[in-house]
Ligand binder design. Structure first.
Ligand code: AMP
Ligand code: GLY
Length: 454
């Protein structure tokens, strides 16, 4: 099966090569399928649509801001494979982790379909925290001290013996709620009980990782990978909590900015050399090379200034993707295309606009708890100026063709500026032109504050 797939994909590559070189004219011959429905996927599609090689972009399932939308859920792998098989010259880019963890890449590759993302096995870096910690330990990647338990009593005995505060992490995916940063042993014991005994997150809590608590600034370091070579993207920072000053519960992300002053060129080089490259090599050694976006969630320890990896994700960050896309100068499609074929080494280093990009998420009031949907969004046709993109997340079109709210995180208003202050001003002046319901929208007012004032 795999052999047949490889031959098919070789034929596709040759066809594309010929169509591009025909009489020296670039023919936009490739089609792209973006899997997902968030503002990350909208931003990826927006950037890829600018490529001279790309003819048509499909989103599955997409949202109110994307077209053309295909009515297939991001986790319906069989239907996605059938759709892709009916297209010609199609390259698929996967947004969220769920289809990756379900093996979308394995399924596409088996059919000779071109797809950008890691297979199911390396996707475990995101889906199992215990796997990721053992991987980092074996690969010599700096990460906080840790221990892994599948027995609740042994886990409790361990936290009692620790002199420093600990973080308790459910092993599996728990919708961003499976990590608790604890102040002392009493709290840690209560968290172990709720994860392992009360099974608050079901099977995700069969094992826990207990990790030394660090203090410092967090950054997102993402690279494009082709299995052998990494192409680092501009670093960024995200804002995970719902309220200003990082208060309240965690969310899918309330904003982001790129670049970040936390990462200077020395630290950038160090992260490439000590984290990203060893990760790539170690994954390759396990027999399933990593193709796709590899995302290291890093804490720069406030005392030692050394970068510690808190987590790996196997996809683009959301909302980090949105500012990164706005700053990226070259044609992203050329890089993704090269990565799928294992040709990243031959590509020039990425170049970035010497500007700051800031993304402010506009959410439905009540998010991350319960909220209403179906409110007509006003102000989307305002004149936002040339520096602003309003990427859609939880939006849909109603029967009159109007854009309505359809989720917790609704819009990702993203702006460029000559510096962080101007990017913040541009983003928030656009945000203030948009509203829905009776003041039913919510956004943080301090996004990108970490990019200034130091
Ligand atoms: P994770 O999903 O493992 O990245 O953890 C989610 C969040 O918990 C991180 O973004 C940090 O804010 C916090 N966190 C995780 N591990 C640690 C740690 N060892 N020390 C301090 N905070 C942590
Ligand atoms: N912004 C955090 C994430 O994408 O996981």
């Amino acid at each position: 099966m795999l052999k047949r797939g490889n031959e098919k994909s070789k034929r596709i590559i040759i066809k594309q090569f010929i169509s591009r070189l025909f009489f020296g004219i670039v023919v936009a011959s490739d089609n792209v399928l973006i899997v997902g429905s968030g503002s990350r996927e909208h931003a990826l599609g927006w950037k890829i649509a600018q490529s001279k090689h790309v003819n048509k972009i499909y989103f599955a399932p997409g949202n109110g801001g994307t077209s053309e939308n295909i009515d297939i859920k991001h986790n319906d792998i069989n239907k996605l494979v059938s759709f892709a098989k009916r297209q010609s010259n199609l390259l698929t880019v996967v947004g969220p982790e769920e289809p990756l963890s379900l093996g979308i890449v394995d399924a596409f590759e088996k059919e000779g379909l071109r797809i950008f993302g890691p297979r199911k096995e390396p996707a475990r870096l995101e889906t199992s925290k215990a796997f990721a910690k053992e991987f980092m330990h074996d690969a010599g990647i700096r990460t906080p001290e840790f221990a892994i338990f599948s027995d609740a009593q042994k886990a409790k005995d361990y936290v009692v013996r620790q002199s420093r505060p600990q973080v308790i992490k459910a092993d599996g995916l728990a919708a961003g709620k499976g990590v608790v940063v604890c102040d002392g042993a009493d709290q840690a014991i209560a968290v172990i009980d709720s994860i392992m005994i009360k099974k608050e997150f079901g099977a995700a809590g069969t094992k826990v990782v207990i990790e030394e608590r660090l203090s410092g600034e967090e950054v997102s370091f993402i690279a494009l990978c082709d299995g052998k070579t990494i192409m680092p993207l501009a670093p960024s920072q995200d804002y995970k909590r719902i309220f200003d000053d990082d208060k309240g519960p965690n969310t899918g992300g309330m904003g982001a900015h790129s670049p970040t002053p936390v990462i200077d060129s020395d630290l950038h080089e160090k992260i490439v050399k000590d984290v990203m490259q060893p990760a790539m090599i170690a994954i390759r050694k396990r027999g399933t090379p990593f193709k796709g976006f590899l995302y290291a969630g890093i804490m720069v320890d406030e005392n030692t200034k050394k970068p510690y990896v808190l987590e790996f994700n196997v996809r683009m960050g959301d909302p980090e993707c949105q500012p990164i896309m706005m700053r990226m100068k070259p044609d992203l499609y050329e890089y993704v295309d090269a990565a799928v074929d294992g040709r990243l080494e031959s590509m020039p280093q990425m170049e970035w606009k010497n500007q700051t990009a800031v993304c402010v998420i506009m959410a439905s009031k009540g998010y991350p708890g319960s909220y209403e949907k179906g409110k007509v969004i006003e102000g989307l046709n305002s004149d936002f100026g040339p520096h602003v993109m309003v990427f859609h997340a939880g939006t849909a079109r109603n029967s009159q063709g109007r854009i309505v709210t359809n989720g917790g995180r609704v819009l990702a208003v993203t702006a460029l500026g000559e510096d962080a202050r101007r990017a913040i001003d541009n983003a928030y002046s656009a945000v203030r032109k948009i509203r829905w319901g009776e003041n039913d929208h919510y956004y943080r007012t301090d996004i990108a504050r970490r990019a200034i004032g130091r």
